[in-house]
Design a protein around this ligand. Structure first.
Ligand code: AMP
Ligand code: MG
Length: 302
């Protein structure tokens, strides 16, 4: 059911229902983070592995320290990006939060005005992973949300298509040294200006990943995804479509920013058409290169 009223959406959360809502990164599927039954419903609807924890969403920077432990220096540093597409992992402070048995909690404060309205109206922590079926591409358009979820959830709060199009950057601030875990809309270089000691996660194959979600396949359409440096002279016998910067692309993009905005909706449209192969041109060097390559490599890893 598509609803317009944020008051109604917040009321449904309080009743233990789940509500899909827009954010600037991708759409989220939310539940009251202190209601275990409601959070578990998210896992069923998304078909999400039960050990993959949920990011909690808050309305205001001042609320962060209610839910997680953060030093004044770190709070000041991350305030350059928050509200916005940055998720921080902290030692958990509130034992009532649903957290898959972890001692940590991942927190994000979206900047999207519609998400802000909703979170302020609810007034508490909203557990919300990306609104997609697990392993499939995240969803950035209201029309795709309705197609996938209308019959599966209690309510969908109306809103605009996601402005950014890729998931948030995730950093871990629960250890002595900040770690850059998932590339996203905020780059490592941007973070280093405010958190000089932050370093890229460098784990070995034998080690448990710092974020449980890292071990799962993600962002993949049913079509086979192939990466290429150029879209010209591709040799393929199967039905295919192309996304990239060259004029023969089916989905033309003119910057990494527009690539990020279009990628998931293009994947979803290709699947709907029964396309067998999607050729993706490598992104341009510079901002968002890391984030786009991360998603493209995961999507192409069949
Ligand atoms: P999504 O499901 O798309 O919202 O992505 C959330 C990501 O954050 C997943 O990869 C989760 O594994 C990760 N995450 C959430 N909570 C935590 C946590 N407490 N510690 C480490 N990673 C987390
Ligand atoms: Mg996700």
């Amino acid at each position: 059911m598509l609803i317009q009223d944020v008051k109604k959406a917040a009321e449904l959360l309080r009743e233990g229902k789940i509500v899909i809502f827009p954010t600037e990164t991708v759409w989220g599927i939310g539940a009251d983070a202190k209601n275990t039954d409601a959070c578990q419903k998210i896992y069923r609807v998304k078909e999400r592995p039960s050990d993959n924890p949920l990011i909690i969403h808050l309305a205001k920077v001042e609320e962060i320290s209610k839910y997680g432990e953060i030093s004044d220096d770190h709070l000041k540093a991350v305030s350059a990006f928050i509200p916005g597409p940055l998720t921080i992992i902290l030692k958990k402070r509130d034992p009532q939060l649903f957290s898959c048995g972890l001692e940590t909690v991942a927190i994000r404060i979206p900047s999207c005005p519609r998400a802000q309205e909703f979170l302020q109206e609810f007034g508490g922590a909203v557990a919300a992973p990306s609104a997609n079926i697990s392993s499939q591409p995240s969803i950035t358009r209201l029309s795709d949300i309705l197609e996938t979820f209308d019959s599966r959830v209690d309510a969908i709060l109306s809103g605009d298509d996601s402005q950014l199009g890729l998931e948030s950057t995730v950093i871990d601030l629960s250890k002595d040294q900040p770690i850059y875990i998932r590339p996203g809309m905020v780059s490592l270089e941007q973070l280093q200006k405010h958190l000089p000691t932050i370093s890229r996660y460098q784990g070995s194959q034998n080690e448990a990943p710092p974020s449980p979600g890292m071990k799962y396949r993600h962002y993949a359409p049913s079509a086979r995804v192939r990466l290429t440096s150029s879209l010209c002279n591709l040799e393929t016998a199967t039905s295919h479509k192309k996304i990239g910067f060259e004029p023969n692309a089916d989905q033309l993009v003119d910057s990494n920013e527009s690539y990020a905005q279009e990628l998931y909706s293009f994947f979803i449209a290709c699947d709907r058409e029964g396309i067998e192969e999607i050729w993706c041109q490598a992104p341009q060097p510079g901002h968002l290169y890391d984030a786009l390559m991360n998603r493209l490599l995961k999507a192409s890893n069949h």
